[in-house]
Ligand binder design. Structure first.
Ligand code: CA
Ligand code: CA
Ligand code: CA
Length: 234
């Protein structure tokens, strides 16, 4: 009998031991599961944060403004040449007289891959297929052929980039028509236009000078090219 009881106890102990082992083991497995879930969710969270900061980085990239000039209150800080004029309907513009050159130098952070110059060009009154020229560091990037007065045969105004906007290597130029065939301001008889121009420069040096000139042949009160909403960004 004693021997039998011992066997029974032994079996019970074995069963008990197995049960204990199972509890410990399943507990350990649950622990591994929790740890794995935490690790995976941690990884997913990190990935989500990476995507979020990547997206924020992208939007922040377009918001790095190096210069922003609207000439409000006659402010022309940083510019050489040109005269700020408050022309009815156009507002305050940096106006370029016949043959005049206007420049603005901007410091570019090291490692910038591409810098963008964007600005509105107002073609006022009797501009008749005369041209505004745009330079970056003395290199002619593109030119705007504009006709802001009504032609003799039809009242059609024009504004387009010369050479179809083709540019030297490492630069690009494009434009958008903001207003055309309208009497915006100046002399109400002569129609005007506003063209937004975008220039880009790849791998810019630490300092870039934007310059704008023209081949107008009349006084500022007869025709003008005006600059507004000038912005440099990367
Ligand atoms: Ca303005
Ligand atoms: Ca003219
Ligand atoms: Ca006008």
């Amino acid at each position: 009998m004693k021997h039998g009881e011992r066997i029974t106890r032994f079996l019970r102990d074995e069963t008990g031991a197995v049960t204990v082992d199972y509890v410990v083991l399943s507990g350990a497995l649950t622990g591994v599961g929790v740890t794995t879930a935490a690790a995976v969710s941690g990884g997913v969270n990190t990935l989500a944060q990476n995507i979020a900061s990547e997206l924020m980085g992208t939007s922040a990239q377009t918001q790095n403004i190096l210069a922003s000039d609207g000439f409000a209150g006659g402010d022309r800080a940083g510019w050489t040449g040109g005269t700020v004029m408050d022309i009815d309907q156009f507002g305050e513009l940096l106006v370029m007289a016949a043959g005049e050159t206007m420049t603005r130098t901007v410091e570019i952070p090291e490692g910038t891959e591409q810098v963008t110059f964007s600005f509105d060009v107002a073609s006022g009154d009797t501009v008749d297929l005369e041209t505004a020229f745009f330079y970056l560091n003395d290199e002619l990037i593109t030119h705007l052929n504009s006709q802001s007065r009504p032609t003799a045969s039809e009242e059609t105004n024009l504004a387009f980039l010369g050479n179809d906007g083709s540019t030297p290597a490492g630069f690009s130029a494009r434009y958008e028509t903001i207003r055309i065939n309208e009497n915006i301001g100046g002399d109400p008889y002569w129609k005007d236009s506003i063209t937004r121009v975008y220039l880009t420069m790849d791998n810019p040096p630490p300092e870039v000078t934007f310059a704008m000139t023209n081949n107008l042949n009349e006084g500022i009160d007869n025709e003008f090219y005006g600059l507004d909403n000038f912005e440099v960004s990367y």
